[in-house]
Design a protein around this ligand. Structure first.
Ligand code: SAM
Length: 292
């Protein structure tokens, strides 16, 4: 048996051998704790028949654990300097494919079709680069990919916002955008000490399980998200004030907005952060056609 990649000693040896220097701008904080990695993979609930997509394999710490516990792993890595390293560290595994690409520019659906044609159960599992956590998660959800879910390490503060419930200060348009598509749970809080270099912020692992259909049915999805964002434009303002200042011609059409709020039974003096996703759905349907 070879030694795991994610031990402090082996990681240091690999980095020294290749003279690798971390790029902060690429969110490079590598995991050096196999126990934590094992627990992350546990939360993905993979079987020997599952496929795994990883974003940012680094030197292969998580990739290796995924390779051991799934049928196939495809990992997207933006940093070319890591390719020869991955080539060596992952050489014991014949079920890993590394794609040298920025995940935000990648045709993930095309890759799934090509690489996972025989796999029915697919999960995204990653220790995300913290400078782009939200765009990556939103891309994966908005593209309606054929995945069961996403288990990712990210900043604890972002995890708190994603999983937040109405009436809390963390609840906002990000909570709604993600909970619309998924059931969101924070499954682990992770200390800084398990990374090299240590990040400046606390970390957490979040599990997003895709819903068969969105949590609410709305007549116009784009307008729904527009109303949500408008309602949180200034957190301290009432829903009425945010909508009148954010919707097109909102100030002139204050009476129309008031009538819409009344028709769906929402008190205009409430703040956006108190509205449930169901209430936002009713509100956006009630306001639909507002700007016409
Ligand atoms: N998975 C490794 C681990 O857990 O030790 C490394 C995780 S590190 C937090 C993030 C990784 O994402 C780095 O390898 C970085 O080069 C890569 N990365 C950063 N931006 C990326 C992007 N837009 N697309 C793909 N990979 C990216």
């Amino acid at each position: 048996m070879h030694k795991d990649i994610a031990t402090p000693i082996r990681t240091k040896a690999i980095l020294e051998k290749y003279g690798f220097s971390f790029k902060k701008s690429l969110g490079q904080n590598f995991l050096i704790d196999t126990n934590i990695l094992g627990r992350i993979v546990d939360h993905a609930e993979l079987t020997e028949e599952s496929g795994a997509i990883e974003i940012g394999p680094g030197i292969g710490a998580l990739t290796e654990q995924l390779a051991k516990r799934s049928k196939k792993v495809v990992a997207f890595e933006i940093d070319q300097r890591l390719l020869p390293i991955l080539n060596e560290t992952l050489s014991p595994y014949d079920n890993v494919k590394i794609i040298h690409q920025d995940i935000l520019k990648a045709d993930v659906r095309g890759v799934i079709k090509e690489q996972f044609s025989e796999i029915k159960d697919l999960m995204v599992v990653a220790n995300l680069p913290y400078y782009v956590t939200t765009p990556i998660i939103m891309k994966l959800l908005e593209e309606h990919l054929p995945i069961r879910g996403i288990v990712v390490m990210l900043q604890k503060e972002v995890a708190d916002r994603i999983a937040a419930v109405p009436g809390t200060k963390e609840y906002g348009s990000l909570s709604i955008a993600i909970q619309y598509y998924t059931k969101a749970e924070t499954v682990m809080v992770v200390p800084k000490t398990v990374f090299v270099p240590q990040p400046n912020v606390d970390s957490a692992v979040i599990r997003l399980t895709k819903r068969d259909k969105p949590i609410v049915e709305v007549k116009d999805e784009t307008f729904f998200f527009y109303v949500v964002r408008a309602s949180f434009a200034q957190r301290r303002k009432t829903i009425l004030n945010n909508l009148t200042s954010q919707l097109p011609d909102g100030k002139e059409k204050k009476e129309v907005i008031l009538a819409a709020l009344d028709s769906v039974g929402i008190d205009p003096t409430r703040r956006g952060e108190t509205l449930s996703i169901e209430e936002f759905a009713r509100l956006s349907d009630g306001l639909l056609g507002f700007s016409e």
